[in-house]
Design a protein around this ligand. Structure first.
Ligand code: HPA
Length: 285
Protein backbone atom coordinates (compact mmCIF):
# COMPACT_ATOMS: atom_id res chain seq x y z
CA UNK A 1 0.00 0.00 0.00
CA UNK A 2 1.38 3.43 -0.88
CA UNK A 3 1.66 6.30 1.60
CA UNK A 4 -1.08 8.14 -0.25
CA UNK A 5 -3.36 5.11 0.05
CA UNK A 6 -2.62 4.85 3.78
CA UNK A 7 -3.58 8.51 4.24
CA UNK A 8 -6.77 7.96 2.28
CA UNK A 9 -7.66 4.89 4.32
CA UNK A 10 -7.13 6.74 7.61
CA UNK A 11 -9.29 9.64 6.38
CA UNK A 12 -12.07 7.29 5.23
CA UNK A 13 -12.01 5.56 8.60
CA UNK A 14 -12.32 8.91 10.39
CA UNK A 15 -15.06 10.17 8.13
CA UNK A 16 -17.13 7.21 9.25
CA UNK A 17 -16.83 8.40 12.87
CA UNK A 18 -17.66 12.06 12.44
CA UNK A 19 -21.45 11.95 12.74
CA UNK A 20 -21.71 13.71 9.39
CA UNK A 21 -19.60 16.71 10.52
CA UNK A 22 -17.18 18.01 7.94
CA UNK A 23 -14.62 20.11 9.78
CA UNK A 24 -12.92 22.89 7.84
CA UNK A 25 -10.54 23.73 10.67
CA UNK A 26 -7.87 21.46 12.11
CA UNK A 27 -6.00 22.17 15.33
CA UNK A 28 -2.86 20.50 16.64
CA UNK A 29 -2.22 20.87 20.37
CA UNK A 30 1.35 20.94 21.66
CA UNK A 31 2.94 19.92 24.97
CA UNK A 32 0.75 20.71 27.96
CA UNK A 33 -1.84 22.44 25.76
CA UNK A 34 -4.37 19.61 25.55
CA UNK A 35 -7.20 21.31 27.45
CA UNK A 36 -8.51 23.05 24.35
CA UNK A 37 -10.02 19.73 23.33
CA UNK A 38 -12.30 19.95 26.37
CA UNK A 39 -14.00 23.08 25.05
CA UNK A 40 -15.47 21.18 22.10
CA UNK A 41 -19.18 20.41 22.32
CA UNK A 42 -20.92 17.38 20.79
CA UNK A 43 -17.46 15.84 20.70
CA UNK A 44 -16.37 12.43 19.50
CA UNK A 45 -12.91 11.26 20.62
CA UNK A 46 -10.95 8.80 18.52
CA UNK A 47 -7.68 7.44 19.99
CA UNK A 48 -4.78 7.48 17.52
CA UNK A 49 -4.28 3.80 18.34
CA UNK A 50 -7.57 3.00 16.60
CA UNK A 51 -6.86 4.95 13.39
CA UNK A 52 -5.28 2.89 10.58
CA UNK A 53 -1.56 3.68 10.00
CA UNK A 54 -1.59 6.53 12.54
CA UNK A 55 1.68 7.10 14.49
CA UNK A 56 1.44 6.91 18.30
CA UNK A 57 2.82 9.66 20.54
CA UNK A 58 5.36 8.50 23.13
CA UNK A 59 5.94 11.83 24.91
CA UNK A 60 4.45 12.60 28.28
CA UNK A 61 1.95 15.44 27.93
CA UNK A 62 0.82 14.33 24.50
CA UNK A 63 -2.29 12.26 24.98
CA UNK A 64 -2.77 10.84 21.50
CA UNK A 65 -6.34 11.24 20.39
CA UNK A 66 -8.37 13.11 17.84
CA UNK A 67 -11.41 15.00 19.06
CA UNK A 68 -14.01 16.16 16.57
CA UNK A 69 -16.84 18.46 17.56
CA UNK A 70 -18.00 22.04 17.62
CA UNK A 71 -15.62 24.77 18.73
CA UNK A 72 -17.40 28.06 19.26
CA UNK A 73 -20.21 26.50 17.23
CA UNK A 74 -18.17 25.51 14.17
CA UNK A 75 -16.98 22.00 13.28
CA UNK A 76 -13.33 21.44 14.11
CA UNK A 77 -10.97 18.52 14.39
CA UNK A 78 -8.48 18.73 17.22
CA UNK A 79 -5.38 16.57 17.49
CA UNK A 80 -4.49 16.18 21.13
CA UNK A 81 -0.83 15.30 20.87
CA UNK A 82 1.59 14.94 17.98
CA UNK A 83 4.59 12.81 17.14
CA UNK A 84 8.08 14.23 16.74
CA UNK A 85 11.19 13.39 14.76
CA UNK A 86 13.17 13.00 18.01
CA UNK A 87 10.93 10.09 19.02
CA UNK A 88 12.40 8.18 16.12
CA UNK A 89 9.60 8.76 13.63
CA UNK A 90 10.46 9.34 10.01
CA UNK A 91 9.56 12.63 8.28
CA UNK A 92 6.67 10.82 6.54
CA UNK A 93 5.35 9.52 9.86
CA UNK A 94 5.70 12.91 11.56
CA UNK A 95 3.56 14.53 8.87
CA UNK A 96 1.07 11.67 8.36
CA UNK A 97 -1.59 13.25 10.63
CA UNK A 98 -1.37 16.55 8.72
CA UNK A 99 -1.92 14.65 5.44
CA UNK A 100 -4.98 13.01 6.97
CA UNK A 101 -6.38 16.42 7.95
CA UNK A 102 -5.91 17.52 4.33
CA UNK A 103 -7.66 14.38 3.08
CA UNK A 104 -10.55 15.06 5.47
CA UNK A 105 -11.16 18.38 3.72
CA UNK A 106 -9.71 20.72 6.32
CA UNK A 107 -8.83 24.13 4.81
CA UNK A 108 -7.04 25.86 7.65
CA UNK A 109 -4.88 24.48 10.44
CA UNK A 110 -3.86 26.01 13.73
CA UNK A 111 -0.56 24.53 14.85
CA UNK A 112 0.27 25.13 18.49
CA UNK A 113 3.51 24.32 20.25
CA UNK A 114 5.61 24.87 23.32
CA UNK A 115 8.67 26.97 22.52
CA UNK A 116 11.70 28.50 24.14
CA UNK A 117 11.80 32.30 24.01
CA UNK A 118 14.85 33.79 22.29
CA UNK A 119 13.84 37.41 21.69
CA UNK A 120 14.32 39.90 24.45
CA UNK A 121 11.20 40.76 26.43
CA UNK A 122 9.43 37.44 25.95
CA UNK A 123 7.89 36.06 29.10
CA UNK A 124 7.07 32.55 30.20
CA UNK A 125 3.37 31.93 29.64
CA UNK A 126 3.11 34.32 26.71
CA UNK A 127 1.37 33.30 23.50
CA UNK A 128 3.07 34.37 20.26
CA UNK A 129 1.75 33.94 16.71
CA UNK A 130 4.22 32.79 14.07
CA UNK A 131 4.96 35.25 11.28
CA UNK A 132 7.54 32.93 9.66
CA UNK A 133 9.88 30.05 10.39
CA UNK A 134 13.46 28.88 9.92
CA UNK A 135 13.91 25.16 9.25
CA UNK A 136 17.06 23.91 10.98
CA UNK A 137 15.77 20.38 11.49
CA UNK A 138 18.17 19.23 8.80
CA UNK A 139 15.45 17.67 6.63
CA UNK A 140 12.30 18.51 4.71
CA UNK A 141 9.24 16.22 4.78
CA UNK A 142 8.74 16.59 1.02
CA UNK A 143 12.04 15.01 0.02
CA UNK A 144 11.24 12.11 -2.30
CA UNK A 145 8.88 11.74 -5.25
CA UNK A 146 6.22 14.45 -5.40
CA UNK A 147 2.71 13.08 -4.80
CA UNK A 148 0.49 15.43 -6.78
CA UNK A 149 -2.67 13.86 -5.38
CA UNK A 150 -1.96 15.61 -2.05
CA UNK A 151 -2.89 18.84 -3.78
CA UNK A 152 -6.36 18.83 -2.24
CA UNK A 153 -6.81 22.58 -2.80
CA UNK A 154 -6.64 24.26 -6.23
CA UNK A 155 -3.10 24.94 -7.44
CA UNK A 156 -1.54 22.77 -4.72
CA UNK A 157 0.51 19.55 -4.78
CA UNK A 158 3.41 21.05 -6.69
CA UNK A 159 7.02 19.86 -6.56
CA UNK A 160 8.25 23.43 -5.97
CA UNK A 161 6.00 25.96 -4.31
CA UNK A 162 6.15 29.37 -2.73
CA UNK A 163 6.68 29.70 1.03
CA UNK A 164 6.60 33.51 1.19
CA UNK A 165 3.39 33.40 3.19
CA UNK A 166 3.89 30.10 5.00
CA UNK A 167 1.79 31.51 7.83
CA UNK A 168 -1.43 33.13 6.64
CA UNK A 169 -1.48 36.88 7.23
CA UNK A 170 -5.25 36.97 7.35
CA UNK A 171 -5.43 34.20 9.95
CA UNK A 172 -2.80 36.00 12.00
CA UNK A 173 -4.86 39.20 11.83
CA UNK A 174 -7.97 37.34 13.00
CA UNK A 175 -5.97 35.76 15.83
CA UNK A 176 -4.76 39.17 16.94
CA UNK A 177 -8.33 40.52 16.98
CA UNK A 178 -9.61 37.52 18.91
CA UNK A 179 -6.78 37.89 21.45
CA UNK A 180 -7.61 41.58 21.92
CA UNK A 181 -11.24 40.63 22.55
CA UNK A 182 -10.01 38.10 25.10
CA UNK A 183 -8.06 40.90 26.78
CA UNK A 184 -4.47 40.21 25.81
CA UNK A 185 -2.02 41.34 23.14
CA UNK A 186 -0.80 38.69 20.70
CA UNK A 187 2.68 39.44 19.40
CA UNK A 188 4.31 37.64 16.50
CA UNK A 189 7.69 36.12 15.86
CA UNK A 190 9.90 33.79 13.86
CA UNK A 191 9.97 30.15 15.00
CA UNK A 192 13.19 28.24 14.47
CA UNK A 193 12.86 24.44 14.45
CA UNK A 194 15.56 22.04 15.60
CA UNK A 195 15.28 18.26 15.75
CA UNK A 196 15.96 17.90 19.49
CA UNK A 197 15.61 16.05 21.80
CA UNK A 198 18.44 17.80 23.64
CA UNK A 199 17.75 21.44 24.35
CA UNK A 200 20.08 23.95 22.72
CA UNK A 201 23.38 25.25 24.01
CA UNK A 202 23.69 28.96 24.87
CA UNK A 203 26.01 29.38 21.84
CA UNK A 204 23.35 27.90 19.58
CA UNK A 205 20.74 30.27 20.99
CA UNK A 206 23.05 33.27 20.40
CA UNK A 207 23.56 32.08 16.82
CA UNK A 208 19.80 31.59 16.30
CA UNK A 209 19.11 35.08 17.63
CA UNK A 210 21.59 36.45 15.09
CA UNK A 211 19.73 34.56 12.37
CA UNK A 212 16.49 36.34 13.25
CA UNK A 213 14.77 33.71 15.37
CA UNK A 214 12.32 34.79 18.08
CA UNK A 215 11.37 31.31 19.33
CA UNK A 216 12.88 27.83 19.22
CA UNK A 217 11.12 24.47 19.25
CA UNK A 218 11.09 20.89 17.98
CA UNK A 219 7.87 20.67 15.98
CA UNK A 220 5.43 22.55 13.73
CA UNK A 221 7.73 23.35 10.79
CA UNK A 222 7.33 19.94 9.05
CA UNK A 223 3.56 20.22 9.50
CA UNK A 224 3.52 23.73 8.08
CA UNK A 225 5.52 22.64 5.02
CA UNK A 226 3.19 19.73 4.33
CA UNK A 227 0.06 21.83 4.96
CA UNK A 228 1.30 24.42 2.47
CA UNK A 229 2.04 21.65 -0.05
CA UNK A 230 -1.65 20.70 0.21
CA UNK A 231 -2.73 24.34 -0.12
CA UNK A 232 -4.00 24.69 3.46
CA UNK A 233 -3.76 27.98 5.33
CA UNK A 234 -1.67 27.86 8.49
CA UNK A 235 -1.79 29.75 11.75
CA UNK A 236 1.09 28.98 14.13
CA UNK A 237 0.83 29.72 17.84
CA UNK A 238 3.68 29.24 20.29
CA UNK A 239 3.39 29.18 24.02
CA UNK A 240 6.64 30.45 25.53
CA UNK A 241 7.26 27.76 28.14
CA UNK A 242 10.79 28.83 29.09
CA UNK A 243 13.48 31.29 28.19
CA UNK A 244 15.87 29.63 25.75
CA UNK A 245 19.20 28.21 26.99
CA UNK A 246 21.53 30.76 28.55
CA UNK A 247 18.82 33.43 28.87
CA UNK A 248 17.12 32.35 32.08
CA UNK A 249 18.34 31.12 35.42
CA UNK A 250 16.51 27.79 35.69
CA UNK A 251 17.81 24.58 34.18
CA UNK A 252 15.67 23.54 31.19
CA UNK A 253 13.47 20.50 31.64
CA UNK A 254 10.44 18.89 30.07
CA UNK A 255 8.61 19.29 33.39
CA UNK A 256 9.10 23.06 33.25
CA UNK A 257 7.88 23.16 29.64
CA UNK A 258 4.88 21.03 30.49
CA UNK A 259 3.95 23.03 33.60
CA UNK A 260 4.11 26.35 31.72
CA UNK A 261 1.90 24.87 29.01
CA UNK A 262 -0.66 23.94 31.66
CA UNK A 263 -0.72 27.57 32.83
CA UNK A 264 -1.71 28.98 29.45
CA UNK A 265 -3.95 26.26 28.13
CA UNK A 266 -7.12 27.93 29.43
CA UNK A 267 -6.16 31.21 27.76
CA UNK A 268 -5.39 29.34 24.57
CA UNK A 269 -8.74 27.55 24.81
CA UNK A 270 -10.56 30.89 25.12
CA UNK A 271 -8.66 32.29 22.18
CA UNK A 272 -9.35 29.32 19.92
CA UNK A 273 -13.04 29.18 20.82
CA UNK A 274 -13.39 32.81 19.74
CA UNK A 275 -11.14 32.39 16.73
CA UNK A 276 -12.69 29.27 15.18
CA UNK A 277 -15.98 30.93 14.11
CA UNK A 278 -14.05 33.96 12.78
CA UNK A 279 -11.86 31.69 10.64
CA UNK A 280 -14.83 29.60 9.50
CA UNK A 281 -16.58 32.75 8.28
CA UNK A 282 -13.72 33.70 5.92
CA UNK A 283 -13.08 30.21 4.53
CA UNK A 284 -14.93 29.75 1.30
CA UNK A 285 -16.70 26.42 0.90
N1 HPA B 1 14.06 24.57 23.00
C1 HPA B 1 13.53 23.72 22.10
N2 HPA B 1 12.28 23.29 22.18
C2 HPA B 1 11.52 23.75 23.18
C3 HPA B 1 12.01 24.62 24.16
C4 HPA B 1 13.35 25.06 24.05
O1 HPA B 1 13.86 25.85 24.86
N3 HPA B 1 10.98 24.88 25.01
C5 HPA B 1 9.92 24.17 24.58
N4 HPA B 1 10.23 23.49 23.47
Amino acid sequence: MTYFEQVTEAALFLRGKLNGLSPRIGIVLGSGLGAVAESLTDAVAIPYAGIPHFPQSTVEGHSGRMVVGLLGGVPAVVMQGRVHFYEGYSPLEVTFPMRVLGALGVKAVILTNAAGGIAEGLQVGQLVALSDHINLMGWNPLVGPNEKRFGYRPGAGLRFFDMTEAYSKRLLALAREAAAEEGFALGDGVYLAVSGPSFETPAEIRAFRGMGATLVGMSTVPETIVARHMGLEVLGLSCVTNLAAGLGTAELSHEEVFAAGRQVEQRLAGLLKRLAPAIASILKS
